[in-house]
Design a protein around this ligand. Structure first.
Ligand code: DOR
Length: 451
């Protein structure tokens, strides 16, 4: 690590929440030369470091392990007008994330080593945090023949998925699960029966009838969740269900876990925060796939988070430009950005009593790290510091014009929020800070960094 970019900081009086180590308590945290040097009470710094180490009294604000978002769309290569690896990772660190896993629905699709290597190289050169590519299950996401998982793994892919499209062919999905097991890659399922969802624009129910928009039934997701659980049982492979949105999916996953099937699941903040009622204005910012569901589904998602059925919270950050969004509802693209609004929405689950602070932080740190097999998500001494500093109390109105993402398709713009990211230390560097009054400067996120 280069000395000039590595952070030296002493945080006093922090609330440390590290679920991987079962830690929740007050302490000081010392970062020297970019490394997490010590956590403890009343830390002292040696005389030769004192002049170089600014002290920040956090007065009980939180320090948690750097957050990991296991499901984002960075759009590079191919749709750089929506997002690039540079802007997407800047958005990630602005939202408190020190690492992201990016989905393969780029142009070209990430279905071979050349694209995986390009993403990793670009992230190393221009990114402000680590990027872990997810390779495609099928070549070109066409659902016809499998990509080369060994080649993808070798190049650095951490999972395989056809996210954005389901693998409709059950035999291909079976083979994908068997093939992925040989390389210890989790298979991430975008669970959607395209025959049931075709032409659908929102959740199917009384609201879609009232608005005159064609609906997508919960069963479009649940049929595929059920199929993939059966295939995971058959193949003894690791299955991860992406963006769970319905009560029935939660119940199927809960039962599968009870039967001992190796399944994990994630949901996204929109599925425990928004409902189909938000579509009443026909605002395309609420158009997303899977669609926003009913309030009953939202309650079931919260129960699934609370009892551990849903292991992780990921944003499904899906940037789109005004070209795709400022159009008739029918033609608008699915997706919403999420990296810079996730933290306050997840903290609201703690205030509501759905999750404890340890449980909420686990779903953003050690749980996704375990699913993807990454050595992240814990505050381990002597390692390059990956830390997120949060003020859980600060209230403000979310203004997405200040976001570092290139896109503005954020449904929470103008909404009252509570809880804010104050600083993100990624691999020992200050990748984002709001604490400029402490004399800390923000590193230029677009300059090249060395591993
Ligand atoms: O709303 C969505 N947008 N859902 C997906 O599965 C894909 C994503 C995208 O790539 O825009």
């Amino acid at each position: 690590m280069e000395r000039e970019t590595a952070a030296n900081l002493l945080f006093r009086n922090a609330r440390i929440i590290d679920p991987a180590q079962g830690l929740d308590g007050r302490a000081d945290v010392l970062v020297l030369d970019g490394r997490l040097t010590e956590i403890g009470a009343h830390l002292q710094i040696s005389a030769d470091w004192q002049a170089e180490v600014p002290e920040i009294d956090l007065g009980g604000k939180w320090i948690v392990p750097g957050l990991l978002d296991m499901h984002v769309h960075l759009r590079e290569p191919g749709e750089e007008y929506k997002e690039t690896i540079a802007t997407g990772t800047a958005s990630a660190t602005g939202g408190g994330f020190v690492a992201v896993a990016c989905m393969p629905n780029t142009h070209p699709v990430n279905d071979c080593a050349a694209v995986t290597e390009f993403i990793i190289e670009r992230a190393r050169a221009q990114g402000s945090c680590r990027v872990f590519p997810v390779g495609a299950i099928s070549r070109g996401l066409a659902g016809e023949s499998l990509a080369e998982f060994g080649e993808l793994r070798e190049a650095g892919a951490v999972a395989v998925s056809d996210d954005g499209r389901a693998v409709l062919n059950s035999l291909l999905m079976r083979r994908a699960l068997e093939y992925a097991r040989a390389f210890d890659l989790p298979v991430i399922s975008h669970a959607e029966d395209l025959n049931l969802s075709r032409g659908g624009l929102m959740n199917e129910g009384s609201v879609s009838t009232m608005l005159g928009l064609r609906g997508i039934p919960n069963a479009a997701e649940e049929v595929m969740v059920a199929r993939d659980l059966l295939l995971a049982e058959l193949t003894h492979s690791r299955l991860h269900i992406a963006h769970v949105s319905t009560a029935g999916s939660v119940q199927l996953i809960r039962q599968a876990k009870q039967r001992g099937i190796a399944v994990t699941a994630e949901t996204a903040p929109q599925y425990f925060t928004l409902t189909e009622d938000d579509l009443a204005t026909f605002d395309t910012v609420y158009k997303v796939n899977p669609p926003l569901r009913s309030s009953g589904d939202v309650e079931a998602i919260k129960l699934g988070l609370a009892d551990g059925t849903i292991d992780a919270i990921a944003t499904d950050h899906a940037p789109h430009s005004t070209l795709e969004k400022d159009t008739e509802f029918e033609f608008a693209a699915n997706g919403m950005i999420g990296l810079e609004s996730a933290v306050p929405l997840i903290l609201s689950l703690i205030r509501e009593g759905v999750l404890s602070p340890l449980e909420a932080i686990a779903k953003l740190t050690c749980n996704p790290a375990t699913i993807l097999g990454l050595p992240l998500g814990a505050m381990l001494p002597r390692m390059p510091a990956d830390l997120t500093i949060l003020d859980p109390e600060e209230t403000y109105v979310l203004d997405c014009s200040t976001f570092r993402s290139k896109s503005r398709n954020c449904p929470f713009h103008g909404k009252n929020m509570q809880g804010r990211v104050l600083m993100t230390l990624a691999e020992g560097r200050v990748a984002f800070t709001r604490m400029t009054d402490k004399g800390l400067t923000q590193t230029n996120t677009h300059t090249s960094r060395k591993p």
